[in-house]
Design a protein around this ligand. Structure first.
Ligand code: DAH
Length: 358
């Protein structure tokens, strides 16, 4: 065995033993660096006579090639091993359910609004919205509540002090102005619901200055009170998830509907607990009626051609009736214990097929 063979075996053994890229680099420098052992051997070729050089040249170069190839191969091995170790360490099993429970909950009002949107979407209703800072005209006048009408006083309106000269601004007192905006911006037939925040200067156990309503509006040709009744019955059955639902329509008065009806749902208080169904007792749930011809005309449609019905109800109240909450003010206290108890999981998306209250 020549010295070259011995040196090669030694370097190749060091390369094979290098356990990290840094260790391999030290071996490389010691052999192939400026003052490395292989470099030193190659330098001696210059001082040799031609005969000795032609014998030593191929041997030394063979050594250099063997070391270079072994370094490259070991480098790839180490890199592959490092990558594999990292892939194993960072492995994520995407099929596992989320390990951490979501910290927050969906507020019952949001959940009920989603339930309502789901139920009415199935009946072909789109969701419409309007501004919470509303003009006096949209909130009152166009809805057949002229200046001096007693209904204005009943609404405990918040007026905006800095209103522009062309019209007073209010915080909308109900979602009904969305009816007006929809009729003015869309050609009939119209089928919409409009959930949202409304404001009245009122505060006690059953009233908060901000609360939530949902409005419904249908405008088409030949719409009658029968369509209204069927729609409300279908809605109440789906919302409370009971088939045995009795509705009672009581004559009432709203300036923007004629005739106007208030709708009660049959319920019972057996055992002190409210359950929807039967007709032992009655619970008022919404206001509705046939849209007043004056409202249709104010929105630029011909009441001789287009009729419709509308309804409006409190979302907070619907949530309380369905999920058994008793104090409205707790809805807005942001008490985490209450939210944990009454809130819904973010995965609990209401669908008709799974039951909107699932
Ligand atoms: N806007 C009424 C309120 O705030 C509720 C209402 C009653 C809406 C009858 C309607 C309706 O669309 O037809 O008390």
């Amino acid at each position: 065995m020549t010295d070259t063979d011995a040196l090669r075996d030694q370097i190749l053994a060091e390369i094979a033993a290098a356990a990290s890229p840094e260790a391999l680099e030290s071996v490389r420098v010691a052999a192939m660096g400026k003052s490395g052992s292989v470099t030193a051997l190659l330098k001696t070729l210059g001082g040799m006579d031609p005969e000795a050089r032609s014998e030593a040249g191929p041997r030394f170069n063979g050594l250099r090639e063997a070391v270079t190839a072994a370094l490259a191969a070991r480098k790839i091995d180490l890199e592959t091993a490092a990558l594999n170790a990292r892939l194993i360490a960072e492995r994520q099993d995407m099929s596992l359910p989320a390990a951490v429970a979501a910290a927050g909950t969906i507020h019952p009002i949001s959940q009920v609004m989603d339930e309502l949107a789901e139920i009415f979407a199935d009946l072909g209703f789109a969701v419409a919205s309007g501004p919470e800072i509303e003009t006096d005209w949209h909130n009152f006048t166009a809805l057949n509540i002229p200046e001096s009408h007693p209904a204005r006083a009943m609404h405990d309106t918040f007026y905006i002090a800095q209103s522009p000269p062309e019209g007073k601004l209010v915080l909308r007192t109900h979602t009904s102005p969305v009816q007006v905006r929809t009729m003015m911006s869309q050609a009939p037939p119209i089928r919409i619901i409009a959930p949202g925040r409304v404001y009245r200067s009122d505060s006690d156990a059953t009233h908060t200055p901000m609360f939530h309503q949902i409005e419904g509006l249908v405008i088409d040709r030949g719409i009658t009170l029968a369509h209204l009744k069927w729609t409300l019955e279908t809605f109440v059955k789906a919302f409370f998830e009971v088939d045995d639902v009795t509705l009672r329509l009581r004559p009432s008065y709203f300036p923007f509907t004629e005739p106007s009806v208030e709708v009660d749902v049959g319920c019972s208080w057996a055992g002190g607990k409210l359950s929807i169904g039967g007709s032992d007792s009655w619970m008022e749930i919404l206001g509705s009626g046939m849209v007043h011809p004056r409202v249709i005309a104010a929105c630029g449609l011909d009441p001789a051609e287009w009729q419709g019905f509308a309804f409006g109800t409190g979302v907070d109240r619907l949530a309380m009736l369905k999920y058994g909450m008793t104090d409205l003010r707790a809805f807005f206290d942001a008490d985490l214990r209450w939210l944990k108890h009454y809130g819904f999981s973010a995965f609990d998306v209401p669908t008709l097929s799974a039951g909107v209250g699932a």
